[in-house]
Design a protein around this ligand. Sequence first.
Ligand SMILES: Nc1ncnc2c1ncn2[C@@H]1O[C@H](COP(=O)(O)OP(=O)(O)O)[C@@H](O)[C@H]1O
Ligand SMILES: [Mg+2]
Length: 256
Amino acid sequence: MIEVKNLSHSYGKFMALNNVSFTINKGDFIGLIGPNGAGKTTLMNTMVGILAADSGEVLVDGTGVEGFHADVRRKIGYMPSELSTYEMFSPTELLSFLAAMYGIDATTASNRMSELFEKLEMTEWRKKSIKKLSTGMKKKTAFAAAILHQPELLVLDEPFESVDPISQHKMKEILNKYLENGGSVIMSSHVLDTVQNICNTFILMNKGEIIKQSSLNALDGSLEDEFFNLVNELNIAHEETLEDDMPEEDDDEAQD
Ligand SMILES: Nc1ncnc2c1ncn2[C@@H]1O[C@H](COP(=O)(O)OP(=O)(O)O)[C@@H](O)[C@H]1O
Ligand SMILES: [Mg+2]
């Protein structure tokens, strides 16, 4: 179980993540949604320990992520939205390196890699440098890299962006199997139809805060309508607050 407790993170004076708390249980598939700049990537980076939290904590089965303990690291698979730092490797090299880091023996690693590359239809690209791959192929590499060590939790930052529909379908099949085997997923996405179709819970973020967390079964209409209405209400409320804060115009005192 993963507990995110009162997590906050600021970039300088700007608070990108403000006191966020939620829990991920075995079998949960959470869709993290919200406008650009809502703080989704900051939350995920803080959850996996890449960014240090200013306050609050993330506990994986009771152990904090901040120390990068090997057993915590093994339980989490992270797919960043960009794979730019590993571009000099090929998919095979990257995954072999990660497998060695996780202490997976060479035969098991090779079998898992072949299976993943085949399922994701990237076998013929596996030895090309990542730099030369299409965005979709880079995404699939990052996805395979996140799931290779069979973690308990997958943290996926916009996994389907720029991925063609067939590849998306393959990734979803792999995710279904992963969930059936007891895994949990948190995934950020702007593709609300997909979130509504494959996730069981959604968390809506806006300006660094969780606005709503709800089961998707409980939703009557479309997630898109829900998203639009909630964000709209917030913006109207925000504008009204700004208007309340404006000094009243007073004609009598206008001249000086
Ligand atoms: N490294 C950074 N330095 C300063 N501000 C940042 C940095 N990364 C993100 N931000 C700001 O923090 C806010 C949240 O960003 P992010 O977590 O990337 O949101 P999202 O993933 O929801 O689009 C945005 O306003 C963004 O401009
Ligand atoms: Mg982001």
